[in-house]
Ligand binder design. Structure first.
Ligand code: PHE
Length: 473
């Protein structure tokens, strides 16, 4: 099987695909607002440190495991552990997790697609009404948009690694960079924009507490697409000539640069288009920012560039977010597809059809969780509150299992697969990395404090989410 495995056509293709996975909704909206509200420049520095010293080693570990095994995460953990039962179970977890994250991420992508469509046909004024979002997510039109998004995902993944994922990344990512730069320049040249820049960048250490630190690390971890088996899967599509440490650095840098640039777009836009804004009232949730708040901000633009101009800017923004979301969801969805192909010997088309069918069913449950159907809306109850099906998937897989998967991969690489095997694979294609200070750092951190921190986050999340007990933050 390994001989016939599909491969990325070029190093650049691999980096763009991995960066496409990393750059997502979190970068464009969640990060800027989180940073601005939680200490500005102080948050940015902390985030950069987390990316460089905690997330980068984990990304390198995932890519290396993928390349060494030339397998999906389940196959990788099974083979490299010598068919150990426990590690095979961890492998299962890294197939189910991306699938379930894809389930809720699809719902958000569908909403974005709907907003893109509505704003481009001239309905921005309606999108800016406070009750619109609530109505939108309980309307049956949602399923039409869902069909559209699923068709796009299917079309990309049907093309396979080189003709599908890589080609899409090579078109969508440069387009995304250009659109982002255009929007940043447009926003920064508006009146009053610099109030937003100041709010974004001026450090305020007093806002940093344990909760903010925890949130920044979780954001960095999610943003780099770690713990989801994606970097293992993409790593399995490259050969030994690729330089893994430098590829991982580039991916991390691109992801962080996009997040930073997004801050130079979102915050100045808020301050410039709506000068009366009270920064403390900005919501930190990406969801309510994108769908309830930003359309109002875009509508304000009609005073200076007219309704048509405001709608064009809004559509351009939603297109940008949509591109970011599509490359992310494609990457996460490739994981279960790849697993079915190599573990069950299925053809790509068959594996894809099976996964897509399941995705539609589960995502429909999620989409129906917002008051549409009572059963899914009040699906379970824990820590003293009713939770919807969407909340459950989000809490369990995003908040809880992601750090656990990260923890497992660190332990796996250092203590099961063993350091010397890891380093040997890592040094292929990166001879200058051998015995370097950075390599020693990666080895040391993966075996000690990174799993320690991830364990702490995991325990804290379980205590808080399911038992209502706050240990930190
Ligand atoms: N990095 C993505 C983001 O910031 C996270 C993600 C990746 C989500 C892949 C889903 C799938 O939005």
């Amino acid at each position: 099987m390994a001989g016939s495995r599909e491969q990325f056509g070029s190093k650049l293709g691999f980096i763009l695909a991995a960066a496409g996975s990393a750059v997502g909704i979190g970068n464009l909206v969640g990060f800027p607002v989180g940073a601005a509200k939680n200490g500005g420049g102080a948050f940015l520095i902390m985030y950069a440190i987390f990316v460089a010293f905690i997330c980068l080693p984990v990304m390198i570990a995932e890519m290396t495991v993928g390349r060494a095994s030339q397998k999906d995460p389940l196959g990788a953990l099974t083979n490299l552990s010598g068919h150990n039962r426990g590690w095979r179970m961890a492998g299962w977890l890294s197939i189910i997790t991306p699938f379930m994250i894809a389930v809720f991420y699809l719902v958000i992508t569908v909403w974005i697609f709907g907003y893109l469509f509505e704003s481009s046909i001239g309905n921005l004024d309606e999108l800016a009404q406070p009750e619109t979002f609530g109505n939108f997510i309980t309307s049956s039109n949602l399923f039409i948009y869902m069909a559209g998004v699923v068709a796009i995902i299917y079309a990309i993944l049907r093309g396979g690694v080189k003709e599908g994922i890589e080609k899409a990344a090579k078109i969508l990512m440069p387009a995304l960079f250009i659109m982002l730069i255009i929007l940043v320049v447009f926003v920064l040249t508006r009146e009053n924009a610099f109030a937003g820049v100041r709010y974004y960048l001026i450090p305020d250490i007093s806002k940093i507490d344990a909760g903010v630190v925890n949130g920044a690390l979780a954001q960095a971890f999610f943003s780099l697409s770690l713990g989801m088996g994606i970097m293992i899967t993409y790593g399995s599509y490259i050969d030994t000539r690729a330089n893994l440490p430098s590829s991982a650095k580039l991916v991390a840098l691109t992801d962080t640069a996009v997040a930073f640039a997004a801050g130079l777009m979102i915050l100045p836009a808020i301050f410039s288009f709506n000068p009366e804004v009270n920064p403390d009232e900005l919501s930190e949730s990406s969801i309510s920012m994108i769908f309830s708040y930003l359309p109002q901000i875009f509508l304000e633009l009609q005073n200076s560039i007219g309704y048509f101009g405001a709608s064009a800017v809004a559509s351009f923004f939603f297109l940008l977010v949509f591109f970011a979301a599509i490359t992310s969801i494609v990457s996460i969805f490739e994981v279960p597809v790849a697993a079915l192909m190599s573990e069950k010997g299925m053809e790509r088309k068959k594996a894809l059809l099976l996964c897509v069918s399941l995705l539609i069913v589960f995502s429909a449950f999620c989409a129906l969780s917002f008051g549409f159907v009572e059963f899914f809306t009040n699906f379970v109850s824990y820590a003293g509150a009713d939770r919807s099906f969407f909340d459950l998937v989000y809490d369990v897989f995003y908040d809880t299992i992601l750090p656990l998967n990260g923890l497992l991969i660190c332990l796996f690489v250092i203590y099961r697969w063993k350091k010397h095997n890891f380093n040997e694979e890592l040094d292929r294609g990166a001879p200058e990395f051998k015995n370097s200070l950075f390599e020693r750092y990666v080895n040391f951190s993966l075996g000690t404090f990174i799993p320690g921190i991830l364990l702490l986050i995991f325990v804290n999340t379980v205590a808080l989410k399911y038992f209502g007990v706050a240990l930190i933050g």
